[in-house]
Design a binder for this molecule. Structure first.
Ligand code: FES
Ligand code: FES
Length: 161
């Protein structure tokens, strides 16, 4: 099959790669760039495990072709760490609030939470439910995930003072 050249920035690093036109963005991230933090669940836009930020907006990378990301900025869950690979307030809050069991949904939950807290520093319970409403967790019952996001919001506000 013919391939197409794409230029894409992922987690601040530029890549030029040839991809088949039908390759999804999640397969590109996982198979070409070895960024396996982005998970594949349903592969048809339902579960949210494959969520990434495209130019800052959370999207389903299973429903996006790699060629559609040409010329754009992508942030994956790996990109939420600092340059030394250290976790930040958001990931630490998920750990401290025991917000994960199997962990499969967590990359998508972190991406959704990152987008929420960037735009809404003091989210209401409804804001949080809305933000993660497209992300399915089979394990936790969501309570600890909501608590983790509230904890992260609180710590971020404290850090800004
Ligand atoms: S794998 Fe993309 S939404 Fe489920
Ligand atoms: S922690 Fe298992 S799916 Fe969410």
């Amino acid at each position: 099959m013919s391939t197409i050249e794409i230029s894409i920035t992922v987690n601040g690093k530029s890549y030029n790669e040839s991809v088949e036109p039908r390759m999804t963005l999640v397969d590109f991230l996982r198979d070409k760039l070895a960024l396996t933090g982005t998970h594949v669940g349903c592969e048809h836009g339902v579960c949210g495990a494959c969520s990434i930020l495209l130019d800052g907006t959370p999207i389903r990378s299973c429903l996006t072709l790699a060629v559609q990301a040409n010329g754009h900025n992508v942030t994956t869950v790996e990109g939420l760490c600092d340059e030394n690979g250290e976790t930040g307030i958001l990931q630490d809050a998920f750990r401290d609030a025991h917000a994960m069991q199997c962990g499969y949904c967590i990359p998508g939950m972190l991406i959704a939470s990152e987008a929420l807290l960037r735009d809404t520093p003091e989210p209401s319970l409804e804001d949080i439910k809305e933000a993660i409403g497209g992300n399915i967790c089979r394990c936790t019952g969501y309570v600890q995930i909501v608590e983790a996001i509230q904890l992260a919001a609180e710590r971020m506000r404290e850090a800004r003072q």
